[in-house]
Design a protein around this ligand. Structure first.
Ligand SMILES: Nc1ncnc2c1ncn2[C@@H]1O[C@H](COP(=O)(O)OP(=O)(O)OP(=O)(O)O)[C@@H](O)[C@H]1O
Ligand SMILES: [Mg+2]
Length: 397
């Protein structure tokens, strides 16, 4: 096997050390360390971490929170670090606050208004003598969506003005980090939100070629058989990633390398060759992050395969979830997997919409965004192969 430890190439895996992001981690440390280790001032700083896709925003903040968590535990600070990806399963401001309340109390809360949730969050923290550090990833996505229904105020206003909302209560929120893509984040906010955001901004640039080479070398060193990826291949991946549309997107570079490794394995080669990378590009130039695809579980992959099969059989641009479900139950019996309920499958399709190249339109059904059915199917089958350890063209019967 060319990839010795496939888990280390998955999207959810964040390495311990991040080449070329230590200065940004240090900046977060400078802003928050004192306040988190000695939470006397109870003053919450709001920081924005901004940058293009794949520039390492999420892993930079997560590395910081992992490290600071260890230190706060040593200092016995009763701190909850809550990370929410606002693209996944967060419909609006209300459901965001509900998620936060659930994360700190450990209980599913009843339905409240956004204001009531905030009230309960701050009250719970004060009563239990707990502190909160909040990371809201892909927050621009949620803000944009919320602004369509609620142009005035919103979550930025709420979270930056807690002290004003509750002047007589200790607001034990020690920090809020907003992670977003640079473009359009400020434009969507109203004047009062912009002014309360403050000046703490950490801007990440897309990686340049030399930086990407260092990163890929360190990731290859961890995950691949060490002799399996020649320097020329790494250079080629970095060239592709720093020219054209991808502008230093590390996720794309890792995805290409991962797919190239799998293609090399399929062709019984003991090294990744430039041509394997070319194939990886041609199969996946339609967009969804390969890294994300490889981190999906068996059920999610079967649902995607069912979408492809339903679209092929119906020969329509959209297919209703009901039809997808029929194909899904057939596939789950082929793969000997306990089928999920219809409602669960519907929910997963809505979640997957933001991760891979599918689009769900209520009333019309699901469609593929850019890929051809064949390309999409090939990639899903390869990902299935990773999960099952078998060739999915010949699934277990
Ligand atoms: N400096 C680095 N060293 C090692 N791996 C990195 C580095 N930067 C990014 N990565 C990896 O690249 C992938 C993308 O990084 P990350 O998810 O942090 O990007 P992002 O800026 O949050 O992207 P998006 O805007 O799409 O959310 C992740 O798998 C991450 O582990
Ligand atoms: Mg991210």
């Amino acid at each position: 096997m060319i990839i010795a430890i496939p888990e280390l190439m998955r999207a959810r895996y964040h390495p311990e050390t991040l080449p070329h992001r230590e200065p940004e981690i240090k900046k977060l440390d400078n802003i928050y360390r004192r306040n988190l280790l000695y939470p006397i001032g109870k003053c919450s700083h709001v920081t924005r971490v901004l940058g293009p896709v794949g520039s390492g925003k999420t892993c930079t903040v997560k590395t910081f929170t992992h490290r600071i968590k260890k230190d706060t535990e040593k200092h016995k600070v009763p701190l909850r670090i809550v990370y929410v990806n606002c693209k996944l399963g967060v419909k609006d401001r209300r459901s965001l606050y509900s998620r936060i309340l659930e994360a700190i109390t450990g209980k599913t809360p009843p339905s409240y208004s956004p204001g009531e949730y905030l009230d309960r969050i701050t009250k719970y923290l004060a009563e239990e003598d707990l502190y909160l550090f909040l990371v809201l990833d892909d927050v621009d996505y949620l803000i944009r969506r919320d602004k369509r229904s609620e142009p005035e105020g919103g979550l930025v206003y709420d979270l930056t003005r807690l002290g004003e909302y509750y002047p007589r209560r200790a607001v034990n929120i020690l920090g809020v980090v907003f992670i977003a893509q640079e473009q359009g984040f400020r434009d969507v906010l109203d004047q009062s939100e912009r002014s309360s955001l403050g000046f703490l901004v950490i801007r990440l640039k897309g990686y340049d070629k030399e930086e990407l080479l260092d990163i890929l070398r360190s990731r290859v060193y961890e995950a691949f058989n060490i002799t399996a990826v020649p320097g020329e291949v790494l250079e080629y991946v970095c060239d592709l990633t720093t020219h054209g549309d991808y502008k230093g997107d590390c996720r794309y570079a890792l995805g290409l390398l991962h797919t190239g490794g799998l293609i090399a394995d399929e062709s019984m080669s003991d090294q990744v060759q430039v041509d394997h990378i070319r194939k990886a590009v041609s199969e996946t130039c339609w967009g969804p992050s390969m890294e994300e695809l490889y981190s999906l579980d068996m059920q999610q992959l079967l649902i995607l395969l069912a979408i492809v099969q339903a679209l092929r059989v119906k020969a329509r641009a959209y297919v209703m979830i009901r039809s997808v479900y029929d194909f899904y139950t057939m596939l789950s019996s082929t793969y000997d997997v306990e089928p999920l309920s219809y409602t669960r499958v519907k929910h997963l399709i809505k979640e997957l919409e933001h991760l891979v190249g599918i689009d769900y339109v209520p009333g019309k059904g699901v469609r593929l965004m850019d890929a051809s059915l064949d390309d999409f199917e090939r990639v899903i089958e390869r990902a299935l192969q990773q999960v099952t350890g078998t060739n999915s063209c010949n699934p277990p019967l």
